[in-house]
Design a protein around this ligand. Structure first.
Ligand code: ADP
Ligand code: MG
Length: 254
């Protein structure tokens, strides 16, 4: 049974007169791992930011876990939700960025515990147990008391992933999670993300790393100029891309 957890319906987004997303529609079933591909500037980050309501869309609708993001419907009208409601919705949507943005003055353990303590209001014992478990999951149990500056980039990104998971998100959006890392360090982050896929997390991953997209993503969505150009099971997409734009893009990465 495939239950839609992210539903993107004819979404448009402009910056000034420049339309970045020109009517994007995409339904993601629970547990699916989607690779979001496309040349720089095609709108991948913007789309992920819209799902998380970091950007306000100009038209269309986004639902996550059945909830309309950013708005409530009254009659035929949409009304902006109060900030508090938006913050609550955001908590269910985990976001991992290219730049890991850890708190430099906090240990790894405190980084992972900070959201659960301050936002979810968990008690210290509960937050600590959960954080240690998540550090185990990303393979960093031995780094709990280290500071971010003592870690490699790959380790820092894995801490950032653990910190995101600590908020118990319903879906995970990853925006170029390995592009700040050299290939060796990318590998350990990719293997962490693959582990999350195996655990059944629903993920949308914007990436230029074809090994992520081709090795464990279920589905490849190729964007260009604010449109979805091709959207197919990843295996088929890589074996036999249909669209000329897609082939051109893949040739570039071959
Ligand atoms: P991608 O992640 O696929 O590289 P982006 O979503 O970052 O693409 O950007 C899509 C387009 O939108 C680009 O042309 C970019 O310059 C433009 N853009 C992104 N963010 C902003 C912004 N805050 N203001 C104006 N233009 C933006
Ligand atoms: Mg981007």
């Amino acid at each position: 049974m495939s239950q839609t957890i992210i539903s993107i319906d004819n979404v448009r987004k402009s910056y000034g007169h420049f339309e970045v997303l020109k009517g994007i529609s995409l339904d993601v079933p629970r547990g699916q791992v989607v690779a979001l591909l496309g040349p720089s500037g095609s709108g991948k980050s913007t789309l992920l930011r819209c799902i998380n309501h970091l950007e306000t869309i100009n038209a269309g609708k986004i639902h996550v876990n059945g909830e309309l993001i950013g708005y409530e419907e009254r009659g035929h009208r949409l009304h902006q939700l109060p900030d508090k409601q938006i913050a609550r919705q955001r908590r269910a949507i985990g976001m991992v960025f290219q730049s890991f943005n850890l708190f430099r003055h906090m240990t790894v353990l405190d980084n992972v515990m900070s959201g659960p303590l301050q936002v979810l209001r968990q008690n210290r014992g509960e937050a600590r147990t959960k954080a240690l478990e998540l550090l185990g999951l990303v393979g960093l149990s031995d780094k709990a008391d280290s500071y971010p500056s003592q870690l490699s980039g790959g380790q820092q990104q894995r801490v950032a992933i653990a910190r995101t998971l600590a908020m118990e998100p319903k879906v995970l959006l990853l925006d170029e999670p390995t592009s700040a890392l050299d290939p060796e360090l990318s590998k350990e982050v990719i293997s962490t993300i693959r582990g999350l896929a195996d655990l059944g997390y629903t993920m949308m991953i914007a990436t230029h790393e074809m090994s992520i997209a081709s090795s464990f993503c279920d589905r490849a969505v190729f964007m260009a100029d604010g449109h979805v150009v091709e959207d197919r099971p990843a295996a088929e997409f890589f074996a036999a891309p249909r669209e000329a734009r897609t082939r051109q893009f893949l040739d570039h990465y071959a």
